[in-house]
Ligand binder design. Structure first.
Ligand code: SF4
Length: 230
């Protein structure tokens, strides 16, 4: 059987899932930057709860995040985990936005990844979901696992997986690659439980129980306790 291609995977998943542009709720580009920083090692539902109930009503501009003591911001984001680093990154990021970008979120990968707490993955999400600019594919733990299980890549780092996926779809679809693979990874091809009998790829996926091959979706290496830009 011919190996699956990203084209086939996307066309198939579009019939199964209708994901939003991002799973994190936001009103402004700054909101999404903050929410994405908070989502490190935290569920989207927890982040959405904290941003809805605490952050968005209280902080509307970059200067608002700098107007409170670090301790207060730490308390506000406490339930998202690693709250000291996250508060530090948020204030550092807001300071740089004010100093170098007139308080606005920049629109290039280069400028975004210079911000504290912002790595290539976060920058890809911001550019794609907010500005409709596709400079990369955000590879989180679901994208990494599902892409490997489906045989779309043999990469063993998020960077290598991203490169392979970028070669498989036109730029305008890069944002959708992330959201469709996340949707599939959350609902059908989960880390603990591959429900291959419910999967449209059960007869063509190299990791399918039908094919009796072993699981190719090794987890991403655990991040160190010190939060890294994502
Ligand atoms: S067939 Fe199984 S392993 Fe392959 S993508 Fe579907 S659920 Fe995952």
């Amino acid at each position: 059987m011919a190996p699956l291609t990203l084209r086939i995977v996307l066309d198939t998943l579009r019939k199964c899932h209708t994901p939003p542009k991002t799973f994190l709720h936001f009103r402004t580009p700054l909101d999404l930057l903050v929410a994405t920083i908070l989502s490190a090692q935290c569920t989207d539902s927890r982040v959405n709860m904290v941003t809805r109930d605490i952050l968005y009503p209280k902080y509307k501009k970059a200067s608002d995040y700098l107007a409170v003591p670090r301790r207060e911001l730490e308390r506000d984001v406490h339930s998202c985990g690693t709250y000291r680093n996250k508060a530090k990154y948020i204030q550092g990021m807001c300071g740089m936005l004010i100093d170098q970008h007139h308080g606005e979120v920049p629109r290039t990968m280069e400028e975004l990844t210079e911000l504290p707490g912002v790595g290539r993955k976060t920058a890809s999400v911001i550019l794609s979901a907010v500005f409709g600019i596709h400079e990369g594919i955000a590879v989180d733990t679901h994208v990494f696992r599902v892409a490997r299980r489906l045989g779309l890549t043999r990469g063993n780092t998020p960077e290598k997986v991203e490169q392979d996926l970028m070669h498989g779809a036109p730029k305008k679809e890069w944002g959708e690659v992330t959201t469709l693979l996340i949707s599939h990874g959350r609902s059908v091809c989960t880390a603990r439980n591959r429900t291959c009998d419910r999967c449209p790829f059960q007869n063509s996926c190299p990791s399918s129980w039908v094919s009796r091959k072993k699981d190719l979706g090794k987890p991403v290496a655990r991040a160190s306790k010190k939060q890294k830009p994502r």
